[in-house]
Design a protein around this ligand. Structure first.
Ligand code: ZN
Length: 264
């Protein structure tokens, strides 16, 4: 992951995703923005107690920097996957929150940006460059336990004709093996994931997600991770484990509308 844009808002990108023609993606750090402590500054979540006008200002700023129609969802650590179809373009709003909860979003509509909000959980961004389909997954440890990543890739294959062997995946800044401590792991984490335990009570959630991505058929060389721990970098990213009451930063992915109908 590299820093694309400095200034009031740091935007990061993954080189392998940035190389895909027509694909738009970014991870926005927490600096800048309109939110007051403890949500300072670019909190994009409306569900953490921050002032609504500050959240709106932050979302608007991100929309202006990256364009398109931004689709937010109410995330609840479940396994609901929603496909965003062309009818979203019929509305005039450029920032929309889905009326239903979802923890994974998939789209093939040019101009749509799928938003995932995190503070320690992973945003797992996926793209099939040939099918021109993108997905964004909210994956905390509960998501790993439920394999929401595998479920999303399967949904991309069955509903959008994606093929895992063509897909590229990137895991955003999130809780690293340094900080992913599960004192009650014997109750919380199934035995099948215990091989990913590091030390006594810590787990490598990045390795679990890599494993779950690879298991779907995505090539190891197409699976990327920021490798940045949110809890260890609280000035750059929100961390729930570090601060409890805090904001959420954004990861977004989607296709540029200018590529509609363009030969690849
Ligand atoms: Zn850490």
């Amino acid at each position: 992951m590299y820093l694309l844009r400095k200034g009031n808002n740091y935007l990061f990108q993954f080189a392998p995703l940035a190389r895909i023609t027509g694909l738009v993606h970014t991870v926005m750090a927490r600096n800048g923005g309109a939110s007051a402590p403890p949500f300072n500054g670019s909190n994009v979540s409306s569900g953490v107690g921050d002032a609504p006008e500050a959240v709106t200002a932050n979302r608007n700023r991100l929309q202006k920097m990256t364009g398109g129609i931004h689709i937010y969802t109410r995330q609840n650590h479940g396994t609901t996957i929603r496909a965003i179809r062309r009818d979203v373009l019929a509305t005039k709003e450029t920032i929309q929150t889905l009326p239903h909860e979802a923890d994974a979003l998939i789209t093939d509509v040019p101009g749509v940006r799928l938003l995932i909000q995190t503070a320690d959980c992973q945003a797992v961004m996926l793209a099939d460059p040939e099918a021109r389909v993108a997905a964004n997954v909210h994956c905390g440890w509960r998501g790993n336990v439920a394999d929401i990543i595998g479920r999303t890739v399967a949904c991309m294959a069955t509903e959008f004709d994606c093929r895992p062997e063509r897909m590229v995946a990137a895991i955003g800044p999130s809780l690293g093996p340094c900080c992913a401590e599960f004192v009650n792991y014997e109750q919380e984490i199934p035995r099948s994931l215990w091989p990913f335990r590091v030390g006594r009570h810590h787990f490598d959630l990045w390795a679990i997600s890599r494993h779950q991505l690879h298991r779907t058929g995505i090539a190891r060389e197409n699976i990327h991770a920021a490798g940045i721990c949110t809890r260890c970098n609280p000035h750059l990213f929100f961390s729930y484990r570090k601060a409890r009451q805090t904001g959420r930063f954004a990861a977004l992915i989607g296709w540029d509308e200018t590529c509609k109908g363009q030969a690849s």
